[in-house]
Ligand binder design. Structure first.
Ligand code: MLT
Ligand code: ZN
Length: 465
């Protein structure tokens, strides 16, 4: 436990009142959306400037205090959890958009800018920030960079990584680095910017990010299609990709839809009950494109791949169709799900899902399983719901066995144990299923360069040594 005198010194480094130690703040800022680890930080510190972040890191080095970065705390891997007396560095007061360049189409953000704030700012400029997901109303840009956030538009726009033009970071040595200087072309050796993206704060903390924007999409239109079985989803994807530039291709199962409809605030897409549903989106920029989409839908029906479908005709209908997919995570959180975030190359998805589904239903026939995900980019979310009668501890202990089986299949298919949620604490013991021992050794060596004292979010990605 950090000595009170050391916390007193921390208070001198930031503005008055910007170090909190009351139990409610420790509880709130010590955790993310995972429910596995009880939060136990020593203090929460709120810097306002990059210089204050540097001072905090230098203080932590001197006193050998571990730091955990905290953004919107919407993470699903425990990467922003402080369970071991760490000091949490919260970026809530570094939440300003500092600049916009219309020629470069870039926005300079402090790390605490909320994702939606950036999306709305882009809209006000007639542009578009395309990384989007259900938690965009609370997640922060710094956290998105730390986890290389993905979401629902990756099939067209890629991950957060693609939209980071430049970064300013404070490393675990307390140095301020300016990485890539917002350039499009820069062939001057290692791109250190990319190392900090997806590093979960283990190398240093982002104190400023220049994000790229894109042109605004034209007349986004969604279709929800019901399929007779899982195997029909991929031919549907293939058929639509052959004709249209999709901006999204998601899927969910009937069990997921049932949970959404039970909320009572989202209309059913259509009457026909189907075991699986695909949600696709495209820009209906001309009437020809919309007609092409309808013709492709009819082709899919003729082939027996689609049983029923609907196409949005208005902004409201578009939003309602998206709610069927976007509300899933929050809706099923009521059942404290065991969650998985796995990926393979798109062509392997059908066999991969079948193998995992078989193993889960063989060993856990009584558990309710809800599948959904970003199937157009090969990312599947397996969610096993906790029976109401079972304790959280007993449920997670029983699901720990699933991890091994699922990750063995992931390894066999050359996939990833975490497509977008990150490794954090929930998957650190399984990293070897996706990364070779040689790769992990390189990763640890890189961490030692930027964080020689091991104070930057220790115990995340790799186990504590
Ligand atoms: C999603 O795709 O909805 C998010 O990744 C969150 C989740 O998996 O629950
Ligand atoms: Zn997701």
């Amino acid at each position: 436990m950090t000595h009170p005198a050391v916390i007193d010194e921390l208070m001198t480094l930031v503005d008055p009142g910007k170090v909190l130690t009351d139990p409610a703040s420790l509880e709130a800022y010590g955790k993310d959306w995972t429910k596995h680890y009880p939060p136990a930080p020593t203090a929460i510190v709120f810097p306002k400037t990059a210089e204050q972040v540097q001072a905090i890191v230098k203080w932590a080095r001197r006193n050998q205090v571990a730091l955990v970065p905290s953004g919107g705390r919407t993470g699903l891997s425990g990467a922003a959890v402080a369970a071991n007396g760490e000091v949490v560095v919260a970026f809530d007061y570094m939440n300003q958009i500092l600049g916009f360049n219309e020629f470069d189409r870039t926005v300079v953000c402090q790390p605490g800018v909320i994702t939606r704030q950036l999306q709305q700012f882009a809209e006000e400029q007639g542009l578009y920030y395309p990384v989007d997901f259900a938690s965009s109303g609370s997640s922060q840009v710094g956290g998105n960079i730390g986890t290389n956030a993905g979401g629902i538009k990756v099939i067209r726009y890629g991950m957060t990584r693609n939209w980071v033009a430049g970064l300013k970071v404070v490393t675990g040595k307390g140095e301020l680095l300016e990485l890539n200087k917002d350039l499009i072309k820069n062939a001057t050796g290692y791109d250190l910017r990319q190392l900090f993206i997806g590093a979960e704060g283990t190398l240093g903390f982002v104190v400023e990010a220049t994000m790229r924007l894109d042109r605004a999409p034209r007349n986004l239109t969604a279709m929800v299609l019901g399929t007779p079985d899982f195997d029909a989803i991929m031919p549907v994807l293939h058929a639509f990709q052959g004709k249209l530039d999709l901006t999204a291709f998601e899927f969910f199962s009937d069990k997921g839809l049932a949970k959404i409809l039970a909320r009572g605030d989202v209309p059913a897409p259509f009457e026909t009950a189907c075991p699986f549903y695909a949600l696709l989106e495209f820009e209906a920029s001309t009437e020809e494109v919309a007609n092409e989409a309808l013709a492709t839908f009819e082709h899919c029906v003729e082939q027996g791949w689609v049983l029923d479908g609907v196409m949005s005709q208005s902004e409201t209908q578009l939003k309602n169709l998206w709610k069927l997919r976007e509300y899933l995570s929050e809706t099923i959180s009521h059942w404290t799900p065991y969650k998985n975030d796995i990926s393979v190359t798109v062509s392997k998805v059908p066999d991969f899902l079948r193998d995992i589904d078989a193993i889960v239903s063989e060993h856990y026939p009584d558990y309710e399983v809800v599948w959904y995900g970003h199937i157009g980019d090969g990312n599947l979310h397996l969610n096993i719901l906790k029976p109401d009668s079972m304790s959280k501890d007993a449920f997670f202990a029983s699901c720990a066995k699933v991890n091994k089986w699922v990750f063995e299949i992931v390894e066999r298919y050359n996939g990833s144990i975490s497509a977008e949620h990150g490794v954090g604490m929930t998957k650190r013991d399984y990293l070897g299923y996706s990364r070779s021992p040689e790769e992990i050794a390189c990763m640890k060596a890189i961490k030692a360069v930027f964080d020689p004292d091991g104070i930057m979010n220790p115990g995340k990605i790799f186990a504590l040594e």
